[in-house]
Write a new protein. Structure first.
Lengths: 260, 260
């Protein structure tokens, strides 16, 4: 593309790897992906792919290797607890070709957390096994740390722990240009506005224009979301789109951001 | 493995491909994956992987080709509407190396749905473009069909439409042996039961035993889920596990299925 945005600093990219049989069985609904997506967008990092794999060594390693080679950052969730099905740390070590070592600082954190030495049994000490060369990610809730190795950030699956870990690593990331967004919601059907919307996308090839139908409060409608790094262009396209909606007999409801 | 289950009829496998920028931006929370997972488990099909990709042709085709070669069934959601960002059907045609054709039966369904011919504009007619050789999947809600080609099922992203489409294709699928599950919930911490749980998993290598910590109503605890195709083995392992929980000072709460 020869669009204005593509000649500017590109936004760093990221992928999420969700690890766990419970997501694939439908038992547990993943709540981490949308949270990570929003936090990354807030610092100008574009989430480009997500994968969910079971607690199976070869699947975890293959997905990790595919993603870490393609994207700037990879965030994994799940599989770093004390039970036999928590195999993420060992898989990451294998993927990077480094030994899995008992990390002294991680042991010290667990010792402080559990207090009574009899509580820090061998299962819990497994949570201090970290790939050699990794740096720890703080876990202010249950002590057992996540870790970063290369461009991979290994985090817990439990949402409140994952969120605390992500908050502590966000300042370490190199962000990109701000991503600006506007949403134009209206009660038109997608099929009524599709032709004009496609023509608008052609004129604003540097923006990403998405169309999301909804059914709310008994009414059908569509939310049209415009995104890009050049806010002037986003605002100009939004104004044109609001005019299109009016011409087609709709009432445009414009909001800043992607909600609406 | 030389476990009893692995010598029996294996369960067919499946993958889900979620297509759409809105999932990767965090704007929309995917609700389809857990629904598909539960429905497949109900007929003995194991969901083994899920991927989320943006509305980008090469990403969709690459993911589709990777998944359809590895798993028995692939279910895609999203990207089959009337707007410019709905490119799934064209991508599926390219992946299969067949032309994208205007499907007469799909046109007839749209004509019946819209009634007034002036409403069936070119954008809406795009929804009747279907890869050659595909069979249609009914859409009782908004008429525009999904389709099946080879082992790939292409469905809408809007949850109520996706659910209706899935219900109509489930009877076409070859299922596998029933997957039986029990859940043992207790107020122990994962770290207290991890060693015994690992030993139990070793004795029941034909079962899948998962450990999922929770925080509910002000109390921490763990749900231990046992699954397998041999119900006798699942029940036996559940009884042993309940005994382990009692011995460790916990109160086992046993339920049938994966909830609890």
């Amino acid at each position: 593309m020869s669009s204005p945005a593509s000649s500017a600093t590109p936004n760093p990219t990221a992928a999420v790897l969700v690890i766990g049989n419970e997501i694939l069985s439908g038992r547990t609904k993943d709540a981490n992906l949308p949270h990570i997506a929003e936090k990354l967008a807030g610092i100008g990092v574009r989430l480009r792919e997500a994968r969910v794999v079971p607690d199976v060594e070869e699947e975890i390693i293959a997905a990790l290797d595919a993603l870490r080679g393609r994207y700037g950052y990879v965030f994994t969730t799940g599989g770093i607890g004390p039970t036999h099905d928590d195999i993420t740390s060992a898989c990451v070590a294998k993927a990077f070709g480094v030994p899995l070592e008992r990390n002294a600082e991680a042991v010290a954190r667990l010792e402080r957390h559990y207090g009574d030495p009899s509580k820090l049994n061998e299962a819990r000490l497994r949570m201090a096994n970290i790939p050699a060369g990794a740096s720890l990610i703080d876990n202010p809730i249950s002590a057992a740390p996540g870790f970063r190795i290369g461009n991979v950030f290994v985090m817990a699956g439990v949402p409140n722990i994952m969120q605390a870990m992500l908050d502590s690593v966000l300042p370490q990331l190199e962000g990109g240009p701000d991503l600006h967004a506007r949403t134009v919601a209206c009660e038109l059907a997608e099929g009524q506005i599709a032709a004009d919307l496609g023509a608008l996308q052609d004129r604003y090839a540097d923006l990403e224009i998405g169309s999301y139908p909804y059914f709310r409060n008994g009414f059908f409608g569509v939310s049209l979301v415009l995104r890009g790094t050049d806010e002037t262009r986003v605002v100009a396209a939004t104004e044109e789109l609001a005019g299109i909606v009016l011409r087609l007999g709709g009432t445009p409801n414009v909001t800043v951001g992607t909600k609406g």
